[in-house]
Design a protein around this ligand. Sequence first.
Ligand SMILES: C/C=C/C(=O)SCCNC(=O)CCNC(=O)[C@H](O)C(C)(C)COP(=O)(O)OP(=O)(O)OC[C@H]1O[C@@H](n2cnc3c(N)ncnc32)[C@H](O)[C@@H]1OP(=O)(O)O
Length: 719
Amino acid sequence: MTDQKAVRWEKGEDGIVVVTLDDPGRSANTMNERFGAAFDECVSALVADREAITGVILTSAKKTFFAGGDLDSLSTATPADAPRFYEQSMAIKTVLRRLETLGKPVVAAMNGTALGGGLEIGLACHHRIGLDARGVLYGLPEVTLGLLPGGGGVVRITRMLGIADGFMKVLAQGQRMKPAQALETGIVDELAATPEEMLDKARAWIAAHPEAAQPWDRPGYKIPGGTPSSPKLAAFLPAFPANLRKQLKGAPMPAPRNILAAAVEGTQVDIETAFRIEARYFTELVTGQVSTNMTKAFFYDLQAINGGRSRPDGFEKWQPRKVAVLGAGMMGAGIAYVCALAGWEVVLKDVELASAEKGKAYSEGLVAKGVKRGKTTLEKGEALLERITPTSDYGDLAGCDVVIEAVFESVALKQEVFREAMKVVEPDALLCSNTSTLPITELAAGLDREGDFIGLHFFSPVDKMPLVEIIRGERTSDAALAKAFDLTLGIKKTPIVVNDSRGFFTSRVIGTFINEGVAMLAEGIDPQTIEQASSQAGYPAPVLQLMDELTLTLPQKIRKETRAAVEAAGGTWTPHPSEGVIDRLVEAGRTGKSGGAGFYEYADGKRTGLWKGLREELGATNHDVDLHELSERMLVIEALETVKCFDEGVLTSVPDANIGSIFGIGYPAWTGGVVQYIEGYPGGPAGFVARADEFAQKYGERFAVPASLRERAKETAAA
Ligand SMILES: C/C=C/C(=O)SCCNC(=O)CCNC(=O)[C@H](O)C(C)(C)COP(=O)(O)OP(=O)(O)OC[C@H]1O[C@@H](n2cnc3c(N)ncnc32)[C@H](O)[C@@H]1OP(=O)(O)O
């Protein structure tokens, strides 16, 4: 038996060797050099002792069975590291191949979460047992980090499940599956209720399968669904890359394409060659900028946020008992649903009982859909609905320890409903406004208990959107912030924390995106070209389509209010080139989707195509455009506005900026978020500044680079 190594092993009297993965230096096992060396030594010892071994069980001494490739190393790879990463990918595949061809049964007793490289270790075993416990996850999430499973995962998943199921159900989605789903998908073979039961099952399986080998190593094995040359698959395989292109709409996301290529090419050759193909595609991804961006955002930034980086210290974890939701429109109804889903009592209040009941009906619809799709049970759904009480009577808010207001965007109305609610709710209730634009400090002014007042900006549709922007007013207390943070985690959303200002962070930054799209129309650029440029940048919705959804009157109203505020403070308003276009369309009655006409035409509320008159109305005559430059203008203007948010103290955290931009306002995932876009721009911040300077020259002051960013560019260029 070895000691103090990342891998230790011990042979029992029954000849079964239990291999325990236990990196001494880390709280989770990862594929770092220490593990690689120790695992190699272990497998060599198993091979040497093969005749005396009955079987092997792989398990872990950590809470997490294995957390995959070492992201600290993977996220910092550059093109110069390509040879090293190719070698590393081949080295782990070689050792796993030696294990799977040991000639003795090998069982993965995955007694905790196994993701990425962790599941790839399991896939090299002849049998995988999962732990059926809360919080345990299995899957290959690499695609969500801009990577591919480079430890043999693509090769084995496609051999095991076939190209179609392997790609669509596991590799392309990168889903982290609960144990039952992992079993159904076929990435684990059986489940155990406890780690002890898991070991018993592993021993039993070894006893029953002394001749175990991988299916693909048995003579005559056929890949499920066939290889690319088999007629059945050849008929629809060509549609895969086409569908992928359609889904990605030209966004620079190389991982899905590389995964598909590795899967298709790898199934046409022997397994060793397939490993080399996979390693080549993996190396290309890991040394590229997109995987760095996505890993920073989706692992490190999310970890920092969920770890409570922006939550004030010293306050006990809190959860509401009874939530008052004021206003049962689209937002209020969604908020009521997510709070009831979290297990809290909810009182949904509107002026008329019928409106409140209509708000509750929204939850009924979601529950019915969930039951139909098997996502919840009838009992759970009914219990959720029981927790929502619709009312028109403020008296029913008695006992509520949180108020979440979601009424019309009017300071006077919001203050009035708070005043009424505060007469009835608990004296220390948390007071939250779901405003998307109105300054929190102004809303709180005049109400007692400004310290308990905070902004909770939800995004629509509330049940689907993963973000809540928490806005701290000038007098919001630390205690209220800690409660709002806990509430947000309680409804399983990601909280970002910003300081108060008009439009906060998300509304302000998305405003620059849509205004830039409309400014292009004012330059005479064809609307279809503008839509294409935003899709190609990776935005989930084309810019003019998005503006129609948000309505053209909203930015017009915000602009008027902001202009009034600027002028009242003695400043001068600089008109934006989008203003004329928006005003013309609003004047023509084209106010957006809800008004039945905007940049697009609608029939029965459904979009039918761009308004044909738009080109004529605005004189779309400018065809000499560089599509890439249009895409960049949108990305750059949002990044510059974010820098201003930092300068003005609205933002104080890079993870909040990155995740807020991706989860809240659809900033493209491949960038890693607004700040990471600047950091990862070709040439780093200095390259970004040079590009913004070009835009400032061509398009005006709105692209002026803030001094703080110029300074950062100098520092990073000198480093
Ligand atoms: C070729 C192969 C490619 C790949 O495999 S790519 C990687 C694919 N794997 C993943 O994406 C999983 C990433 N990790 C996680 O999602 C979570 O972690 C877990 C669900 C596995 C566990 O979560 P929890 O129990 O809450 O633990 P924790 O606090 O997140 O992690 C404990 C410590 O372990 C570090 N860590 C976790 N996974 C990795 C990793 N893959 N690479 C490097 N470090 C990792 C964390 O940062 C933290 O560290 P600290 O204790 O210093 O805070």
